[in-house]
Design a protein around this ligand. Structure first.
Ligand code: SAH
Ligand code: SF4
Ligand code: F3S
Length: 444
């Protein structure tokens, strides 16, 4: 790569992120590396010398959005000779193939290669470059460099990769096998966030329940207990939990560690045991429901959210009805629902996708309509209650309205006489919609 150095100090950079929280946190780290090296963060790709696109491959739609975005970059690269780097999951999957197919891209880096980014940009980029190497150990990027979007709530990655190989999912191919970050580094990062005034942390991993400290073997429950000791941090959340690895021990820790929010994202994917088997999820409908019951017995106020896939290959109408009935039975506070999308390399994509696009769409709409009705009912029952809310900003639509989330991670919009951004506020709930609650601050 050495080809005469370029000075980053005079350069503006822009990072565009597709995908999950993990990618958002990675982008914050990339922005941190570039700004530490002297680059200036910019809000517009048009005026930037370096454009980094952090990519997601989880569904066809995500890839389509990426290619249309890249098309736009190709057009304006003709006017301004910016350096374009593609990183993240699509970068990992296609590597140097991307450089051949999209000649306007200058470099491609998989998620385990971000430490190389400033070196690549420093060298002048006459030679195209792709790296998708994967080390066995967790690749630490010094956390002080992270350039975070929020100064109230912070993501903290605790592990990378996934060993589960759900039959529909491309993530294990894009993110490699599970590797855990040393607990000491995680706790140090949380402490430094507390010192900076952060109030909330969200621990990230594809399957946080299987976390194990590579140095000591301490598990996720111990990590939660240690994080709970951090003075200054008041709320701790984590995502994602795989139902098959969610143990009674973790549930008990959630109850006992007072900063751990009584809120859990537990993706069920389908309500049918036969579909779950074909998805290779490792649990049945009954086992999933049993975990929900245990959790509710321990924490009656717990709020659940989930992910649903509609129209998995071979899903019969009967099996689909079981997904609707599990939504009725659990009454999740929120769901993320998707039409099944065949992904390369996965086991499911080798099966014939017998369900038409229209039928998948019909099922998805039924899921979303039912869930909307449930959320309206659940939110209605909160009228008149006073909820503790962490205010994270102002509403985008109405600037005199503040916005935040309650312990259950529901969006709460509210009026307040004082500026309460970054504070915990008690909000009296007066009205609701399916996706948010509305009220007024009662105590500051
Ligand atoms: N590790 C997390 C998140 C994985 S991706 C977990 O295990 O839950 C986030 C969600 O995308 C998944 O939970 C699933 O609902 C959805 N998803 C993944 N692959 C998909 C596919 N091929 N088609 C449709 N949805 C998919
Ligand atoms: Fe994908 Fe399953 Fe791993 Fe989640 S647990 S990332 S859905 S393979
Ligand atoms: Fe997408 Fe990669 Fe996350 S495929 S969902 S960005 S792990």
């Amino acid at each position: 790569m050495e080809k005469g150095a370029r000075n980053l100090k005079s350069l503006k950079f822009y990072v565009h992120t597709f995908g999950c929280q993990m990618n958002k946190n990675d982008s914050e780290r990339i922005a941190g590396i570039l700004s530490t090296a002297g680059g200036k963060i910019s809000n517009s790709p048009e005026e930037s010398d370096i454009i980094i696109v952090n990519t997601c491959a989880v569904r066809e739609k995500a890839e389509e959005k990426l290619y249309s975005y890249l098309g736009r970059l190709a057009t304006f690269k003709k006017k301004k000779k910016s350096t374009i780097g593609v990183v993240g999951c699509v970068a990992q999957l296609y590597g140097s193939e991307l450089l051949e197919k999209k000649p306007f891209i200058d470099f491609v880096l998989g998620p385990d290669n971000y430490n190389q980014i400033s070196e690549i940009i420093h060298s002048n980029h006459e030679e195209k470059f792709a790296s998708t190497s994967w080390s066995q150990d967790y690749n630490e990027i010094p956390h002080e460099k992270t350039f975070r979007e929020s100064n109230i709530s912070a993501y903290v990655t605790i592990m990378e990769g996934c060993n589960n190989f759900c039959s529909y999912c491309i993530v294990p191919f894009a993110r490699g096998r599970e590797k855990c970050r040393p607990m000491q580094n995680i706790i140090e990062e949380i402490q430094s966030l507390a010192d900076k005034g952060y109030k909330e942390i969200q621990l990230l991993g594809q399957n946080v329940n299987s976390y194990k400290d590579p140095d000591t073997g301490k598990d996720f429950s111990i990590l939660l207990k240690e994080a709970n000791q951090t003075e200054g941090i008041e709320w701790i959340r984590f995502i994602t939990s795989h139902p098959k690895n969610f143990t009674k021990k973790i549930a008990t820790t959630m109850k006992e560690a007072e900063k751990v929010c009584h809120q859990l994202h537990l993706p069920v994917q389908s309500g049918s045991s036969s579909v779950l088997k074909r998805m290779n999820r490792g649990y049945t409908r009954e086992e999933y429901l049993e975990k929900i019951t245990i959790l509710r017995n321990l924490m009656p106020d717990i709020s659940f959210s989930t992910d649903i896939i509609a129209g998995f290959p071979g899903e019969t109408e009967e099996e689909f009805q079981e997904t609707l009935s599990i939504l009725e039975e659990v009454r999740f506070n929120n769901i993320f629902s998707f039409r099944y999308s065949p992904r390369p390399l996965t086991v499911a994509c080798q099966e014939k996708d017998t369900i038409s696009f229209e039928e998948k769409r019909r099922r998805l709409i039924e899921v979303q309509d039912l869930q909307k009705k449930i959320q309206l009912e659940l939110n209605k029952s909160l009228i008149g209650r006073d909820l503790k809310v962490l205010c994270t900003g102002k509403s985008k639509k109405a600037p005199h309205i503040y916005s935040g989330r309650n312990e259950g991670h529901q969006v709460v919009n509210f009026k307040s006489k004082n500026d309460v951004i970054g504070c915990f506020v008690d909000v009296h709930i007066a009205s609701y919609g399916p996706y948010s609650l509305h009220g007024e601050a009662i105590k500051q």
